[in-house]
Design a protein around this ligand. Structure first.
Ligand code: HEC
Ligand code: HEC
Ligand code: HEC
Length: 461
């Protein structure tokens, strides 16, 4: 006997309808096992794992690690360690921190990452950390725009195998890891209880109690310096993180943990700490202690070094005529002698560190008239601080941080306080070389800067 099956469109359509109806029936019946307790059949587990691995492999194919990022950079590892403790360890455990029996009952249960990271390429880890994994509990990065942060987290994952408990505690927990804190999975909650009592201990895991950041040597620059910034700026910035108006996977969670009152107290605390000592001639200090009036500490900030006395210093590329107008925006090239330090790429960007610093200095003090970039110092120097407590200082700030912020503005992704928009156009009018140069100069501040317009306005005006 032969059964002849003739496929017609009608029959195919019928089968599809039947299939959908069947699926709906199964879903409606309430008999599908969705219990985490029952786990998956071995075949289901294999299939899901296989699908996930293929998806990650395929979808990470176009990802390329930016050249300037080195995954063994101790600053990157340190920058993301604190976030690992509060954002990942609760599920994945950490060196010396066992996983909680609670998360072990998840399906799938989060693996210990020390044992797993070796299976993935850098780009695949990046993809997983950035996007998360659906139906598994593995979350996506809180600030999807901040790929630089995701790379930092990947650097930490790479350092994870072989990391000792003491090393982890030092990196992620501000050095403190009391034995009582390492009950299985208890680390995060125990640490968080402590945090509620003392929010500062939370911030200090990354920024230090002095606001200068933690770590020495190359890792000393892992975090932006927040010491000595105007309290108003710090508070407004913390609220911007909390409200999602400024994006950072590292900062949005801690800013969200506290009420505005607590954030205000934290802002006051850090505003009152002295800023970073610059290894410059005369040791200029970017910020003073909180002694200023009107709630911000900068009015009488001592600045070491020779004050301008109406004459340009010898060998300086600046002349007094070149100080910009009071409004902070240059009208045009005017009498500026741009020939000495090429500002545009026309003559090729400066290649020596010294050339870069000179260009940076020039942008900071004079701006770039023909690109409509005002002198940074007009807002970011003492005169600026005195005028507006929402202007942060830049002197002594970490170089990566300055250039990253400027790039974010260039791409329209920085956000910030309600004054942040003034930086939009400034950054957009700058070239990458100019950003690099001005960031290098402010981070090193090779010589003390006096805010000339404030102390001795040019007599020629
Ligand atoms: C709520 C729990 C949870 C949190 C928080 C969490 N993960 Fe996961 N993660 C998981 C689960 C569950 C899986 C397993 C997914 C799977 O196998 O499909 C996973 C998988 C991973 C993997 C792939 C490992 C592998 O080989 O299967 C990496 C890498 C990873 N997570 C990194 C992180 C990082 C980094 C963080 C913090 C930024 C984090 N996770 C936060 C639950 C979590
Ligand atoms: C997990 C590490 C971590 C923790 C915890 C942390 N920060 Fe941050 N913080 C960072 C990083 C990284 C940045 C840089 C963000 C960026 O790149 O945009 C930052 C940026 C900031 C800024 C912006 C600085 C500027 O110049 O605009 C402020 C203010 C700040 N943090 C304050 C705090 C306070 C207060 C706390 C405690 C409630 C805290 N942070 C907790 C890592 C952390
Ligand atoms: C008109 C005033 C003004 C001028 C001129 C100005 N800035 Fe700003 N800048 C601001 C304000 C306001 C903020 C704070 C933005 C916010 O709310 O986060 C800021 C923030 C920044 C930040 C981020 C600092 C931090 O701690 O996060 C960088 C970097 C920066 N400016 C660089 C520059 C550079 C470089 C120049 C010169 C080319 C410049 N700015 C000129 C007003 C100015």
């Amino acid at each position: 006997m032969r059964i002849r099956l003739v496929l017609t469109w009608k029959k195919v359509a019928g089968l599809i309808v039947l299939g959908i109806a069947g699926a709906l029936l199964v879903g409606w019946s309430g008999l599908v096992s969705i219990a985490a307790s029952s786990g998956h059949f071995a075949i289901t587990r294999w299939f899901l794992g296989w699908t996930m691995e293929n998806a990650v492999e395929t979808q990470s194919m176009l990802i390329k690690k930016p050249e300037h990022i080195e995954l063994d950079d101790p600053a990157l590892i340190r920058r993301s360690a604190g976030h690992y403790a509060t954002g990942c360890a609760a599920c994945h455990g950490a060196p010396g921190v066992p996983q909680s029996p609670v998360v072990e009952q998840m399906t799938p249960s989060p693996p210990r990452l020390e044992e797993k990271v070796g299976d993935w390429s850098d780009e695949e880890l990046f993809w997983i950390v950035k996007n998360g994994i659906k139906y598994s509990g593995m979350p996506a990065w809180p600030a999807p725009e901040r790929e630089d942060e995701v790379w930092a987290q990947v650097a930490f994952l790479r350092a994870l195998p072989g990391m000792t408990r003491a090393e982890y505690a030092e990196l992620a927990l501000g050095g403190g890891l009391a034995d009582s804190d390492v009950a299985a999975g208890g680390e995060t909650t125990a640490a968080l209880d402590g945090i509620v009592e003392n929010a500062l201990a939370d911030c200090a895991r990354c920024h230090g109690r002095d606001g200068l950041g933690r770590g020495a040597g190359k890792a000393g620059d892992a975090f932006p310096v927040i010491a000595g910034q105007p309290a108003a700026y710090l508070y407004a910035t913390l609220r911007a993180f909390a409200l999602g108006r400024r994006e950072s996977g590292f900062m949005e969670p801690p800013a969200n943990r506290y009420t505005p009152e607590v954030l205000e107290a934290l802002a006051q605390h850090y505003a009152a700490r002295p800023g970073r000592e610059i290894a410059a001639a005369g040791g200029a200090k970017p910020a003073a202690t909180a002694s200023g009036a009107a709630g911000h500490p900068f009015e009488d900030a001592p600045v070491a070094g020779e004050p301008y006395n109406g004459r340009a210093p010898e060998n300086s590329l600046l002349s007094l005529e070149s100080w910009q107008d009071q409004a902070g925006v240059l009208e045009g090239e005017g009498e500026l002698s741009y020939a000495e330090v090429p500002l545009a790429a026309a003559a090729g960007p400066p290649t020596s560190r010294e050339g870069i610093l000179r260009l940076g200095r020039r942008i900071a003090l004079e701006g770039i008239g023909f690109r409509k970039v005002p002198a940074c110092q007009s807002c970011h120097g003492q005169a600026g601080w005195a005028r507006n407590p929402y202007y942060p200082y830049l002197a002594g700030q970490a170089e990566w941080y300055l250039s990253e912020q400027l790039s974010l503005w260039q791409e329209g992704r920085r956000g910030g306080t309600e004054y942040a928009h003034v930086m939009n156009e400034i950054a957009r009018n700058m070239t990458d070389e100019q950003i690099e140069a001005v960031s290098a100069w402010y981070s090193e501040l090779p010589e003390p800067v006096q805010d000339e317009r404030e102390t001795s306005p040019p007599s020629s005006r």
